[in-house]
Design a protein around this ligand. Structure first.
Ligand code: OGA
Ligand code: CA
Ligand code: CA
Ligand code: FE2
Length: 493
């Protein structure tokens, strides 16, 4: 409280009022003077502060009480989603467990290098080491046995693997046409720093999202020359130069010249293995271990995408990417879109967690790179600077902040989203950017288990309710049905 305030407080009390106050005890009080601390208004202010303080303490005690019981799922906490209403009826105790879960356990990293023991199966304790805090990333050696690795690779081969990325991605042009943007508008969108010129990195960032062909700065210069796009030869595209190019000029040029697999964002083959009832015991065991590792409700893991098994041949790679996109209010999740009331313009896979298993030890290369792990700051623009593109896992893995060497049976897992602070899924974690470095010798086998959770709590709950209602009388059939369902809706990236 400033001196001025104190003075004005004292002046609020007129001498006559103080004189008529009947309840003021005289005995053990210091003598009051006009500017003293025992004036009535001062007393009121102190009492107000005192009450506020007491209320705060009580609120804090409540907060601590409810937060310490994270795994006590029977606590009827408020749904942690944004501003949507609560379900109208109270949650009945006989319903499946997901309806009573409104808070997700998030494993604590403590610090890089911290090792914690985890119990994933009977008679064995695994060690889990924190590899980075941003993203929250862990490594668990020996998560899979040699036999489990072998079975997963064999099952994948039996099922057959398909190209992870087709040479040309149809549909992207459609989207551009649908949006109906003028060249000037596109230029403006691309010109990140708004200097009226397109620098190389401004084009590179964009082209990746658009057509899946990975451009290097050299490629781009080659295209400029081929198309005579950079008339004044300053290495930049001005609006005038840009206007002379057709919408798909770059792509047409590349396709004419031929695109090699090594020029795609991803160069691998993959397949999906279902893990529900009836699946090979090894696949079910892996799912159980993942549930224990992540300490998430089993129903959430059951309803997630099947296991993705990936094989990279020598020369294979996967440039740096996010496994799941950002979520805006209008963004829907692929897995819950059945339960969404409205159709939305954006959709992402809402992969809260990635568990990545190394099924073999790779002879050369093939590390998983996290270019910005534990960076002090994240700046999208500085990822591509001059001729160094940190997202390029064929060239610049050595410049990544963190690289994990594939080792047979090891699992790494990380959170692609932050917490919303209330125990549910929050914003995308930009630091979770990662990629597969080029395999320089031999082949590389990995598997991905993604755990899909909708950041919109109500939507996730509605979706689970919908699925659980399908086999009315038999809960045991749940996983089987869920898998059939997720096979229809999973996004095949
Ligand atoms: C993926 C992925 C990394 C790797 O499949 O999404 O990022 O090391 N893989 O293969
Ligand atoms: Ca610019
Ligand atoms: Ca120019
Ligand atoms: Fe990935």
């Amino acid at each position: 409280m400033s001196d001025n305030q104190e003075a004005s407080d004292a002046e609020d009390t007129t001498p006559s009022e103080s004189a008529t106050l009947p309840l003021r005890p005289h005995s053990d009080r210091p003598t009051c003077n006009k500017t003293g601390v025992c004036s009535r208004s001062y007393f009121v202010v102190v009492m107000v502060f005192f009450h506020v303080y007491i209320i705060n303490v009580i609120a804090l005690l409540f907060y601590v009480h409810y937060n310490s019981g994270q795994e006590d799922t029977s606590q009827g906490r408020d749904a942690p989603s944004s501003n949507q209403q609560q379900p109208e009826s109270p949650r009945p105790p006989s319903k499946p467990e997901f309806l009573r879960v409104s808070s997700l356990t998030r494993i604590e990293g403590i610090r890089v290098g911290h090792v914690q023991k985890v119990s994933l199966m009977q008679n064995k304790v695994h060690e889990m080491r924190t590899l980075s805090m941003k993203p929250l990333l862990f490594e668990i050696p020996g998560f899979l046995s040699d036999d489990e690795c072998r079975v997963v690779m064999q099952l994948a081969q039996l099922k057959g693997l398909m190209e992870s990325q087709l040479m040309v991605q149809e549909g992207q042009e459609e989207l551009a046409k649908e949006l109906n943007l003028s060249p000037d508008e596109i230029f403006n969108l691309l010109d990140i720093n708004q200097d009226g010129q397109l620098q190389l990195h401004e084009i590179l960032t964009h082209s990746r999202v658009r057509d899946g062909i990975w451009l290097t700065p050299e490629n781009l210069r080659e295209i400029y020359t081929g198309l005579k796009a950079d008339k004044d030869g300053d290495g930049l595209l001005s609006l005038e130069e840009f206007r002379l190019l057709s919408n798909d000029a770059f792509q047409r040029f590349l396709l004419q010249r031929g695109v090699k697999k090594s020029q795609l964002v991803r160069n691998s083959r993959h397949t999906w293995l279902y893990q529900g009832k009836g699946a090979h015991q090894v696949l079910q065991d892996i799912k159980t271990k993942v549930t224990r590792l992540t300490r998430l409700p089993p129903s959430l893991v059951d309803l997630s995408e099947p296991l993705q098994v990936v094989r990279y041949e020598q020369g294979g790679h996967y440039h740096a990417h996010h496994d799941s996109g950002p979520v805006y209010p209008e963004t829907a999740c692929t897995h819950t879109r059945l339960a969404a009331n409205t159709s939305t313009p954006f959709e992402t896979s809402c992969r809260y967690i990635t568990v990545l298993f190394y099924l073999n030890s790779v002879e050369g290369g093939g590390e998983t790179a996290f270019p910005v792990a534990d960076n002090r700051t994240y700046d999208e623009v500085s990822l591509i600077q001059n001729d160094v593109d940190l997202l390029d896992t064929r060239r610049n893995c050595d410049k990544s902040n963190l690289r994990v060497k594939p080792s047979k049976g090891t699992a790494v897992f990380w959170y692609n989203y932050l917490s919303d602070g209330k125990g549910w899924v929050g914003e995308q974690d930009e630091y979770a950017l990662h990629g597969g470095c080029m395999v320089t010798q031999g082949t590389k086998w990995v598997a991905n288990k993604w755990i899909n959770i909708d950041p919109d709590y109500q939507r996730q709950a509605r979706y689970q309710q919908l699925v659980s209602q399908q086999p009315e009388d038999d809960d045991e059939d749940l996983t089987l049905n869920q898998d059939t369902q997720s096979s229809d809706i999973h996004q095949d990236l």
